[in-house]
Design a protein around this ligand. Structure first.
Ligand SMILES: Nc1nc2c(ncn2[C@@H]2O[C@H](COP(=O)(O)OP(=O)(O)OP(=O)(O)O)[C@@H](O)[C@H]2O)c(=O)[nH]1
Ligand SMILES: [Mg+2]
Ligand SMILES: [Zn+2]
Length: 318
């Protein structure tokens, strides 16, 4: 490093392969590369750097690019599996204040399993999570009452929900208020309307969304990289590509129910202090399922994580 090199602090707002977009303290962005090998502590991941990372960088003389030489400690991060069979993980974003899971009950339909795995992941990383039910303009009476029932069920566990429609601009003001002064992540299956809703919140961002003529087709992601945007109403939002499954790493089997607050609360009444709520006698969790006090879908999601055994990695599918 040259003697006159000045280190600056920056925020990673986008990463695409070997180039990373860094925002400096004047809110200006510049493309940066990573210096040699950067160490990331503790986790084995396919990407050393993630959106939301705070970094130290220096500028290259006569070039409008920079070199990242250090990643500052992360407050938290959220990950997904790198690929279906891989044990490696991909850090989706770091240093989050809040995460939103966008759900749709139609075109495409989000499964309860997917919701519960996302929530357990957020619990594991201590990131407060909020549910967004989008595309409400498409719900008939039956789907509307199903949504209300889910909102009550998740509300009783402690998770709040927002009803939205990017088309009818419903829920937009509430989300602006909730996201103010925070770094927010929005995740969910491909096609549920994440980018569309961000556009409804701040049309100047003009994010790419799936053409309406192709809105029923599945398989292709419209958003392909996570990227952080400053909202004109305040705060930041990280738009992410559609996700199929979430991973929880470094978690022991006996620990999984700690990330289901409803199951955790019930577990205090189990006969055995080390009850895992599978076959043990006098299990308060299983009793609650039988008595309809714990929703069967929550219990089944717990079981799916419990039995999803691949070493230390709990690897939610979808
Ligand atoms: N009817 C209706 N359609 C919506 C709504 N929100 C989004 N859409 C449509 O759903 C399709 C997918 O929207 P996107 O915003 O691209 O979805 P996404 O979640 O960002 O998808 P990926 O980037 O692939 O993860 C588009 O054709 C949108 O016009 C909504 O509230 N109601
Ligand atoms: Mg998108
Ligand atoms: Zn039990």
């Amino acid at each position: 490093m040259h003697k006159t090199t000045v280190l600056e602090k920056g925020l990673v707002i986008k990463t695409t392969g070997s180039w990373h977009t860094v925002q400096d303290s004047n809110n200006k962005t510049l493309p940066c590369k990573i210096k040699g090998k950067l160490r990331t502590r503790g986790i084995r991941s396919t990407n050393p750097l993630a959106v939301g990372d705070n970094v130290m960088f220096y500028r290259l003389e006569k070039e409008s690019t920079g070199i990242i030489c250090e990643i500052l400690d992360r407050k938290n991060y959220i990950i997904r599996k790198a690929s279906k069979l891989s044990r490696e993980t991909h850090v989706l974003a770091a240093n989050l204040d809040q995460s939103f899971l966008m759900i749709s009950l139609i075109l495409p339909r989000t499964t309860l399993r997917f919701i519960d795995r996302f929530l357990a992941t957020s619990e594991a990383y201590e990131i407060p999570a909020v549910l967004i039910f989008n595309k409400t303009d498409l719900y008939d009476e039956k789907l509307t009452s199903e949504m209300e029932q889910l909102i009550r069920m998740y509300g009783s566990i402690g998770y709040e929900s927002v009803k939205s429609s990017a088309v009818e601009k419903r829920g937009v003001e509430e989300l602006k208020t909730r996201m103010k002064n925070k770094i927010n992540l929005i995740a969910g299956n491909s096609g549920v309307g994440k980018s569309s809703l961000i556009n409804a919140m701040d049309p100047s961002l003009d994010l790419k969304t799936r053409p309406v003529s192709e809105s029923h087709k599945t398989g292709r992601h419209t958003t392909t990289f996570s990227e952080m945007f400053k909202l004109s109403s305040g705060g930041y939002i990280i738009d992410t590509p559609g996700i199929k499954g979430f991973g929880i790493i470094d978690m022991d089997k006996e620990e999984i129910f700690h990330f289901f607050p409803d199951i955790f609360a019930l577990s205090k009444d189990c006969q055995y202090y080390n009850c895992m709520h599978i076959n043990e006698p006098n299990c308060a969790v299983k009793k609650a399922v039988e008595e309809n006090k714990l929703s069967l879908s929550r219990y089944e999601s717990y079981l799916s994580l419990f039995y999803d055994d691949s070493g230390k990695y709990r690897t939610p599918g979808y």
